[in-house]
Design a protein around this ligand. Structure first.
Ligand code: FAD
Length: 451
């Protein structure tokens, strides 16, 4: 097999990075996306600015294509999270014991623009925006593409197709049609809305900028990432349908109701967003979905990357990082099987899928952790114990969050080690309790026998 023509559907983080990696392997690459060209600076066409937390896996991927240093100035470091308590106070929790363990807030459009520009600098790469993939001929790597304005459809052919078209992937649906596939799609009963905390009138930030801000609440959660212009993009998570006393998006239809509710649950938050009612009323409610699917490829003709293969809830901040890491794993598999694309795609799925399934579980679990755990004294104590042990044994003992966010250890390995650490803590806790009980028994019997 020599380098052939690849057709990538989706110019999000995964599709755009993979275009660069494939071009570097000598492939000619056509990238198709239904959105407008990000290089035109019009955002996603819906006026939303979405920012994401970039961590070790994503950084490693960007380093591989030489973009990390270029992007660095456009990022805001987040050294930990600031948890805003119901009494209005706030507490800072560092991400790790090592000051280098920081996350970075990145504007999604800036990231994809940079990746698209870098890919376009390769002679064999072509981008076509404003086209929707509506069909796939999986045996012949053929695509049907419809212009998003005129609806006019045309067919294109390649040597292989990459589905990088997100959680509701058209490529995945067409590739799997009629073939035995285990497919599980879990919608969270919560949705989300983006809100902007603007910079203060003087141009400075309204809250300390170099942190992720979290407002945990009863039946509601807000997470805010900082932006380079001193504003923050906050994501409000709420159940779609509420219960008496705890309304959801369906109940809070008017901006004023929302301001009253948010003022009650998150004291002080409404003061940070002067036009909260208008923003709330204007913003759409997004859905949150986990996708676990057993078929990531078809022969050597079609392969999935990123959310198309494994969408996860955003509560571990890993979806994009995992999507970028997929591209590295696929790139490595192509390098290891230079004569056999089917073998490369097979190896990629075998290596990657067990870990992204584990990431899906971790991301589901972290929802409860972010919502309730940041307030729970027991969980906070456990976190402190983890950090203390990590300080004493930096290589032997690492909190799960550290392994997931600050290393490129496979997710499954991180979970295995964290479970082992949990067992050690439990045993030492039990041993300590037994020791204390024994001492108490000895003391009591000594008192009884003493004159
Ligand atoms: C609220 C929220 C917060 C998040 N926060 C984080 C975070 O902090 N850190 C993190 O790592 N991840 C985060 N994520 C997850 C992250 O956004 C995704 O995992 C990441 O965008 C996946 O990249 P992708 O390239 O696979 O897919 P996408 O980003 O979804 O890109 C898919 C592309 O395909 C195009 N497309 C779709 N269908 C078609 C079609 N039929 N034809 C042509 N083009 C098509 C789309 O226009 C899009 O450009 C968050 C997600 C959400 C919802």
């Amino acid at each position: 097999m020599t380098a052939g023509r690849a057709a990538i559907v989706g110019a999000g983080p995964a599709g755009s990075l993979l275009a660069i990696l494939l071009a570097r392997r000598g492939h000619r690459v056509d990238v198709y996306d239904l959105r407008p060209d990000p290089r035109d600076g019009k955002g996603d066409g819906e006026g939303r600015s979405i920012n994401l937390g970039l961590s070790a896996r994503g950084i490693r991927a960007l380093r591989r294509v030489g973009l990390w240093e270029t992007l660095r100035d456009r990022l805001v470091p987040m050294r930990g999270r600031v948890v805003h308590r119901p009494d209005g106070s706030a507490v800072f929790q560092a991400y790790g014991t090592d000051p280098a363990q920081i996350l970075y807030s990145v504007d999604r459009d800036e990231l994809t623009t940079l990746l698209v520009e870098r890919a376009a600098a390769h002679e064999g790469v072509r981008h076509v925006f404003g086209v929707r993939c509506t069909g796939l001929d999986r045996e012949n790597a053929g695509l049907t593409l419809a212009d998003t304005v005129t609806g006019q459809a045309r067919g294109v052919r390649a040597d292989f197709v990459v589905g990088a078209d997100g959680a509701f992937s058209a490529v995945r649906a067409a590739m799997q049609r009629g073939l035995p596939t285990d497919h599980r799609q879990d919608f969270l009963e919560w949705g989300y809305k983006e809100l902007t905390i603007p910079a203060a009138p003087g141009g400075g930030p309204r809250v300390p900028l170099e942190a992720l801000h979290v407002w945990p609440g009863d039946g509601a959660l807000i997470v805010a990432h900082p932006n380079v212009d001193a504003s923050l993009t906050a994501t409000l998570f709420l159940p779609r349908t509420g219960v008496p006393g705890a309304p959801g998006f369906d109940d809070l239809t008017g901006g004023r109701d929302a301001v009253r509710f948010l003022g009650r649950v998150f004291p002080g938050f409404a003061d940070l967003v002067p036009d909260l009612a208008a923003q709330y009323a204007a913003g759409p409610v997004g859905t949150l979905v986990t996708i676990r699917t057993s078929r990531w490829r078809h022969a050597g003709r079609v392969v999935l990357v990123g959310d198309a293969a494994h969408a996860v809830y955003p509560f571990y901040g890993q979806g994009m990082n995992a999507a970028l890491e997929d591209c590295l794993v696929l790139d490595d598999c192509l390098a290891r099987h230079p004569g056999d694309r089917a073998a490369a795609f097979g190896a990629y799925q075998r290596l990657r899928r067990p870990h992204t399934d584990i990431l899906a579980d971790l991301s589901e679990r972290n929802f409860a952790d972010l919502r309730d755990g940041t307030r729970s004294p027991l969980r906070l104590a456990r976190r402190q114990a983890d950090l203390a042990l990590n300080r004493i044994f930096p290589t032997l003992w690492r909190p799960l969050y550290t392994m997931v966010s600050h290393t490129d250890m496979p997710y499954g390995e991180a979970l295995r080690r964290a479970r082992h650490q949990d067992r050690v803590l439990r045993w030492s806790g039990a041993a300590l309790a037994a020791g204390v009980a024994l001492a108490a028994v000895k003391l009591t019997s000594a008192r009884r026998t003493s004159p």
